[in-house]
Ligand binder design. Structure first.
Ligand code: HPA
Length: 275
């Protein structure tokens, strides 16, 4: 197996000339924020397929590229289109884009996603700030030989989501008048949605939302010492909580409906984090 660090450095080398600035914040654009980058003057772009050895998303509607733009004064690298474990890539490749953004210089990681609401108090269209996560159902991206250049063998996970960033998200949402729920995100592999009893299991374990991404990215970023925050767009209530069957289209449409609010919340939060 090629060592993770060497592969990462090779990726960085193959795109170094196209990185226009040292990003402060790395932003992962989940469903609903797919066109986020188009609202800012783009200063640089690197399609994943042009980076040597890079995983390319196979999900329809997921673009695969890094976009560089200033959000207010903040230099941001955005991941437009993420790679999911269910696409068949090894976990180390799934988190490679996150690690690469860290190597580009990003200190803050802002994760977004669409997720199923597991908490009965939630409604489709809600936003949930992630305060903790359960990633035990997917392999850790840290399995394999550890590179001390990335981080320690046994990283602490007691505060994955940065307390100060959480406070900024809370205050920003309040200022904008956008209700912001809080809760624990649980990652399953997907690509199938959950059965009603799997959703019940998530609830019993203490999860408020369930999805197919994000937690593994936070593990890798935490390992590399990034300050992390995250927001889930609750695009639907999870299986078995309503009578309707779930579809990817429904998830996408619900996320698209609240996208303008989501965009506003993310933009103002990014600016407030770097004031
Ligand atoms: N389950 C898992 N992932 C999801 C869901 C869901 O209900 N909605 C959006 N992503």
């Amino acid at each position: 197996m090629e060592q993770v660090f060497e592969k990462l450095e090779r990726c960085l080398e193959s795109c170094r000339d196209r990185i226009p600035f040292v990003p402060k914040t790395a932003l992962v654009l989940g469903s609903g924020l797919g066109d986020y980058a188009e609202h800012f003057p783009v200063e640089g772009e690197i399609p994943y397929r042009e980076i040597e050895g890079f995983p390319v998303s196979t999900v329809q509607g997921h673009k695969g590229r890094f976009v560089f733009a200033h959000v207010g004064e903040v230099p941001v690298v955005m991941m437009q289109g993420r790679v999911h474990y269910y696409e068949g890539y090894p976990m180390t490749d799934v988190v490679l884009p996150i690690r690469l953004m860290r190597r580009m210089g990003a200190e803050i990681l802002f994760l977004t996603n669409a997720a199923g609401g597991v908490n009965y108090d939630f409604q489709a269209g809600d936003f949930m700030m992630i305060t903790d996560q359960i990633s035990s159902f997917v392999p850790s991206p840290l399995i394999g030989p550890n590179s001390e250049k990335l981080g320690p063998r046994f990283p602490d996970m007691s505060r994955i989501y940065d307390r100060d960033l959480q406070e900024i998200l809370r205050n920003t949402a309040r200022e904008l008048g956008i209700p912001l729920r809080e809760g624990t995100y649980l990652q399953l592999t997907g690509p199938n949605f959950e059965s009603p009893h799997e959703v019940k299991m998530c609830r019993i374990l203490g999860a408020d939302a369930v999805g197919m991404s994000t937690a593994c990215e936070a593990v890798a970023a935490n390992h590399m010492g990034m300050r992390i925050c995250g927001i889930s767009c609750i695009s639907n209530l999870a299986c078995g909580m309503t009578e309707q069957p779930l579809s990817h289209q429904e998830v996408q449409e619900a996320a698209d409906r609240v996208a303008p609010l989501f965009r506003q919340l993310v933009t103002e939060s990014i600016r407030n984090m770097c004031r």
